[in-house]
Design a protein around this ligand. Structure first.
Ligand SMILES: Cc1cc2nc3c(=O)[nH]c(=O)nc-3n(C[C@H](O)[C@H](O)[C@H](O)COP(=O)(O)O)c2cc1C
Length: 342
């Protein structure tokens, strides 16, 4: 196992297809799912030479918290479907690596169990039809020591995931999803609701699932502390922009007023570096870590974290940078399509 692709292949072999479909699949024709990965190949590096790169540090801060690398673990649901310890295994690996973990509303471990692992954690919140439950989650997040809340705004309805239907994915009756279900998210949430959420919250608020400059501007105007560019791993509306492709317009609209993150299709450390070059403060990955968890539990997540960490570090050095903050727009350029008539 020497790269994420090896883990993707091994996970597919290991987890039964009627379960793996939920983790691997996307919405409808999966155009966006494939697009997320493909987007990175449309950018190439412009490395700078003869820079002293004898000491490289990957450390950065996210909303003021120190992290060991500019790559975090995106919230993905129901991790006990992949390993007995589920979210606890992921959290232990994150803690050991000094990486940030985002915990899904649809966690199959309790906040207390996850907290015991000691990782820096953000809580991913869905606004549920039952507002009281949402308020309870906010209170629980505060009590459980989360350092920020990530409000996911791209799921008024669950996307149409045809692999799940075809292969008969079901949630086992004995799986304990402590805080909500896939079908409870509210389709009636608006920007106005951000006001009551902000009012209930004494933690930084991240808005996840933004794909346009218009919504990025609204998020900042409504007091977001960070905007997280995401298409939910191609699982919601098919035929939207890849995360990386939506990033530049969001970065421009935000204009430095808050932090910007991106996810979707991260499989290599070089993908993270391209995201940084296009203005993200950090990138997040979901499936790369899900594959690690499926293959080897805590050790699998830890190994995927260390592989990506090494790739980011090597990439920084070869790019002529000694830290994430040195990666600039000038370190990348679009790959120019071959024009046979030129
Ligand atoms: C199996 C699975 C479950 C997910 N569950 C959630 C969730 O509960 N909440 C959420 O905000 N995003 C969820 N996501 C989206 C991820 O947070 C993230 O946006 C996406 O996985 C990034 O793409 P990648 O998997 O290509 O890295 C899920 C993604 C996957 C693959």
């Amino acid at each position: 196992m020497i790269n994420v692709a090896d883990y993707v292949e091994a996970a597919r072999e290991r987890v039964p297809p009627e379960r793996w479909c939920y983790f691997e699949g996307g919405a409808m024709d999966e155009v966006t799912l494939r697009g997320n990965v493909a987007a990175y190949a449309r950018w190439r590096f412009r490395p700078r030479m003869l820079v002293d790169v004898s000491e490289i540090s990957l450390r950065t801060t996210l909303l003021g918290s120190e992290v060991a690398m500019p790559l975090g673990i995106a919230p993905f649901a129901m991790q006990r479907l992949l390993a007995p310890d589920g979210e606890v295994a992921t959290a232990r690996a994150a803690a050991a690596a000094g990486a940030l973990m985002t915990v899904s509303t649809l966690t199959t471990s309790t906040h207390a169990e996850i907290a015991a692992a000691g990782a820096l954690r953000w809580f991913q919140l869905y606004v549920l039809r039952d507002r009281q439950k949402t308020l309870d989650h906010i209170a629980e997040a505060r009590d459980a020591g989360y350092s920020a809340v990530v409000l996911t705004v791209d799921m008024p309805y669950l996307g149409r995931r045809e692999r799940d239907a075809r292969l008969g994915f079901t949630i086992p009756a004995d799986l304990h999803v402590s805080y909500g279900s896939l079908f409870e998210t509210s389709p009636a949430v608006t920007w106005r609701d951000l006001e009551w959420i902000r009012g209930e919250l004494d933690l930084p608020l991240v808005i996840k699932g933004i794909l346009t400059r218009e919504d990025a501007t609204l998020a900042v105007e409504h007091g977001a502390d960070a905007v997280w560019v995401s298409n939910h791993g191609g699982r919601q509306l098919d035929h939207v922009a890849a995360g990386l492709d939506a990033l530049p317009e969001v970065v421009e609209a935000v204009g430095g007023r808050c932090e910007v993150y991106v996810d979707g299709g991260i499989r290599r450390g070089t993908d993270v570096l391209k995201a940084l070059a296009l203005g993200a403060r950090a990138a997040f990955a979901g499936r790369a870590f899900a594959c690690g968890l499926a293959v080897d539990g805590e050790q699998g997540v830890a190994h995927v974290l260390s592989l990506l960490r090494e790739e980011i570090e090597l990439g920084l050095g070869l790019l002529g940078c000694t830290g994430p903050e040195q990666v600039m727009r000038s370190h990348v350029e679009p790959v120019v399509p071959y024009d046979p008539l030129a």
